[in-house]
Design a protein around this ligand. Structure first.
Ligand code: NAD
Length: 418
């Protein structure tokens, strides 16, 4: 498959071209940034529990390594293909550069529904995939992390397989590992925490308060959404709506998250939670709230629903939750959108901390991790907000400009080889 066919890749390159025009980016740099460095496609044979061999399609893509080793998740999902992987690797380049991390952009994945595999099949798939991409990854080359459908356990298997091949423990080859294998404290909540940090900064720059009257709606009560919701409730805000794959719940007076967690523990999903009205995921996006946090899938805010959104601020916890048509409608309505590459960069930032701790074999306290995260994210926010004001462009374009400026300066001083 040609990656040019992919919607997400085309979207990433269209946004890139738009930002490049605003800053008169060197056309040679733009041309180079439009293409990934290299793409690896692998076939991953797995012996299933019934004894039969099944072959899965896997990828690892390096988009840019000017600033340092590639960084990006491994996704296990039925939608994974070359185009999606190239598009997501491209966004990783600008996300890492925007945060001033010494890392490039990469992404990987296997086309599989992990929920249909047993634990043994999942482990065999992960080990064989790691072995197939072995020459592409490494602590100085490309450092994978969890993404949709993968977890700390899967990263532990990647780390173990890589370490077996080289003959010694290499914790720096992946991030998002369990604490026992060299994971960082604060990593699992980092993306949600970063989402909240960006909301605090947005409220400061808009002159709005974040208090007991602030009503929040969160789509996707998973890793990102639940960490953000819990932190916001701790800060005194009201989380009025939540959802998961089973649907949503709404209570205008605020949801009790301890009760929600207990309900999920017993029932696995939110559907049926008693102390709230049942709503759909679509209704959640347009419910009565001040702040909307999409933290589930991409492409949920569309031309059809954007005009009905009531929130004044949107913080994109998920990657690509807003289509370009929806983006224009939201901008016209005056909704302040903090884009994904800034809003959800807490995860990659603490991944960077984990890599640094792994290389040095010196581990930080959770407080140290959170303080450094705050410092890096609030500085990135200020850079983006300044560009947004100076160039009179959206926060999305401003964030991309921030990332492009950082990586393009390094590309020009390093020069093009040969
Ligand atoms: P997760 O799997 O932990 O949670 C996803 C949540 O979305 C779950 O509650 C799930 O039930 C819900 N969901 C799934 N399908 C849905 C649907 N069709 N409609 C509504 N809800 C649905 O995933 P996560 O790690 O929280 O990631 C969420 C988003 O954030 C993804 O877009 C991911 O790419 C992005 N992201 C995650 C991180 C991270 O560190 N985890 C970092 C950056 C970006």
């Amino acid at each position: 498959m040609d990656f040019n066919d992919s919607e997400i890749y085309r979207e990433a390159t269209t946004q890139l071209a738009h930002a490049a025009k605003i800053i008169n980016l060197d056309p040679n740099v733009l041309t180079r940034l439009t293409y990934p460095i290299r793409c690896l496609q692998v076939s991953v044979p797995v012996r299933m529990d019934d004894g039969k061999i099944k072959v899965f399609e896997g990828y690892r893509v390096h988009h840019n390594q000017t600033l340092g080793p590639g960084k990006g998740g491994i996704r296990y999902h039925e939608s994974v293909d070359l185009g999606e992987t190239v598009g997501l690797a491209t966004l990783m380049t600008f996300k890492c550069a925007l945060m001033h991390l010494p890392l490039g952009g990469a992404k990987g994945g296997v086309r599989v529904d992990p929920n249909k595999l047993s634990r043994g099949e999942l482990q065999r798939l992960t080990r064989r995939y790691t072995s197939e991409i072995f020459s592409f990854i490494g602590p100085e080359k490309d450092i994978p992390a969890p993404d949709v459908g993968t977890s700390a356990q899967i990263m532990d298997w990647v780390m173990d397989t890589y370490s077996q091949e080289v003959g010694h423990a290499v914790p720096g080859v992946v991030t998002g590992k369990s604490i026992e294998t060299g994971g960082s404290l604060g990593r699992s909540e980092a993306t949600g925490r970063g989402v909240v940090y960006m909301l605090i900064e947005a409220c400061k720059s808009l002159g709005t308060s974040l208090d007991a009257n602030t009503k929040i709606a969160v789509q996707g009560y998973g890793n990102v959404g639940s960490a953000a919701a819990k932190k916001l409730v701790k800060m005194g805000c009201q989380v009025v709506a939540l959802s998961d794959v089973s649907g949503g719940i709404y209570n205008a007076k605020g949801l009790n998250l301890d009760d929600v967690d207990q309900y999920i523990k017993e029932n696995k999903v939110l559907k049926g939670f008693a102390d709230a009205d049942a709503i759909t995921n679509e209704e959640l996006l347009c419910c009565d709230c001040d702040v909307l946090i999409p933290a589930a899938l991409g492409g949920v805010l569309t031309e059809e629903n954007a005009s009905k959104v009531k929130a004044k601020i949107i913080i994109e916890g998920a990657n690509n939750p807003t289509t370009k048509e929806a983006d224009m409608i939201l901008t016209d309505k005056g909704v302040f959108v903090i884009p994904d590459i800034l809003a959800n960069a807490g995860g990659v930032t603490v991944s960077y901390f984990e890599w640094v701790q792994g290389l040095n074999q010196l581990f930080w306290t959770e407080k140290e991790v959170n303080n450094r995260l705050w410092e890096i994210m609030s500085m990135a926010y200020q850079r983006v907000y300044t560009i947004h004001k100076e160039k009179k462009c959206s926060m999305r374009t401003a964030a991309l400009i921030g990332g492009i400026q950082r990586v393009s300066k390094a590309m020009l001083t390093r020069g093009f080889f040969p």
